[in-house]
Write a protein that binds this ligand. Structure first.
Ligand SMILES: Nc1nc2c(c(=O)[nH]1)N[C@H]1C(S)=C(S)[C@@H](COP(=O)(O)O)O[C@H]1N2
Ligand SMILES: [Mo]
Length: 341
């Protein structure tokens, strides 16, 4: 959703929908870490099997495992690094994570297809066993020491459960106190909201506090307003979350001018997409595009207030965009221009 594909219609409602999909994305990714490690641990002895291949079909099947393992390991590793805001790799995370996901899904389908015969045979055997006195998990284990098959399953499931329970508070409303293992607490930061990029990091500490600040709206009837004029415009409030792609979400009550009122005043038509630009001079998130469903939504604000106070400099003072059902990365801070595209 950071780079929404053209074929996807993304509505502004429900306001929490992106929070749900992003939360599930990060939670399922984290829960997969113990599951993937367990899977690799149970299958790696087969790497040393001799002879390595017996038939052409088996050779192809073994080769197809390379992108599957490489893809799933790299998805989980880069995903965990991303939510910790750690980018040791030289590529752009979002685009790589997206395309490697498709590659991994493809490799997984090939793997399932290759193993279908084995799965079918096993299912048939289980059915036969279920008719008899034993079930597969209670079959006698080879050896006697160490972890049983059932014990292993329980341990892996418990590990996935612990990871989920200690990180889900990042995005589940009201559970902020439980985020033991998460890199971030959704209530830590100025005005009880986390900050992803500070004003200092964005290099806007001087420009954002400039008394000569003007908000420009560029359309068929362009205009600009001073900060005092912006504050004097009719103000609305909206209770909306910021949902960062880095895995946290936090609700706040925002106050500001409806974006659609500014667009109307500049005579920008209802079906126009607009670009919201920041004072930030460099950086991938210094502007965002707002498509008509979001631009015209009554909850989409150019906010000057949060939780009853003027915005903190780190939250985008003097004005920031806040819109329903949008990734945090598109909620542009330190806004100074809105341009019709
Ligand atoms: N100009 C600008 N706006 C920005 C960013 C940025 O780097 N530059 N980061 C975005 C990201 S990734 C998030 S999650 C939200 C976080 O808002 P907050 O720092 O007020 O919590 O701001 C967004 N707005
Ligand atoms: Mo973000």
């Amino acid at each position: 959703m950071q780079h929404p594909p053209g074929w996807l219609y993304w509505s502004a409602r429900p306001v929490w929908f992106y929070r749900l999909t992003q939360g599930l994305h990060v939670a399922s990714g984290l829960a997969c870490v113990p599951l993937l490690l367990a899977k690799l641990w149970t299958v790696y002895p087969r790497l040393w099997e001799w002879p390595p291949v017996r038939t052409v079909a088996q050779a192809l099947e073994r080769i197809s495992i390379i992108p599957l393992v490489a893809g799933s390991v790299s998805q989980l590793a880069t995903g965990v690094a991303n939510i910790a805001q750690w980018y040791p790799f030289g590529f752009f995370f979002t685009v790589t994570h997206y395309w490697v996901a498709w590659m991994t899904i493809g490799a997984l389908l090939v793997h399932i297809a290759a193993k279908l015969a084995v799965v079918r045979a096993n299912v048939g055997r289980r059915r036969a066993e279920r008719a008899g006195p034993t079930d597969r998990l209670s079959l006698p284990e080879q050896g006697g020491d160490g972890l049983t098959r059932r014990g292993f399953g329980i341990a892996v499931g418990a590990a996935a459960g612990v990871v989920t329970v200690t990180t889900a508070g990042q995005f589940v409303p009201g559970l902020a106190g439980t985020v033991l293992l998460a890199p971030r607490r959704p209530t830590a930061g100025p005005q009880r909201l986390p900050v992803n990029r500070t004003a200092a990091a964005a290099g806007v500490t001087v420009t954002a506090r400039d008394p000569g600040y003007l908000l420009e709206v560029v359309g068929p009837r362009p205009f600009s307003v001073t900060l005092a004029e912006l504050h004097a415009l009719p103000r609305s409030t909206a209770r909306l979350p910021i949902t960062c792609v880095e895995g946290w979400a936090a609700d706040a009550t925002w106050g500001g001018v409806r974006l659609r009122d500014l667009l109307d005043r500049a005579a920008i038509p209802a079906d126009a997409t607009v670009r919201v630009q920041s004072l930030e001079a460099r950086g991938g998130y210094r502007a965002s595009e707002v498509d008509p469903p979001h631009a015209r939504d009554p909850l989409t604000l150019l906010a000057t207030m949060v939780n009853g106070e003027p915005l903190d400099l780190d939250h985008g003072y003097p004005a920031r965009l806040i819109a329903p059902n949008r990734p945090g990365v598109l909620q542009t801070k330190w806004v100074h221009r809105v341009v019709m595209l």
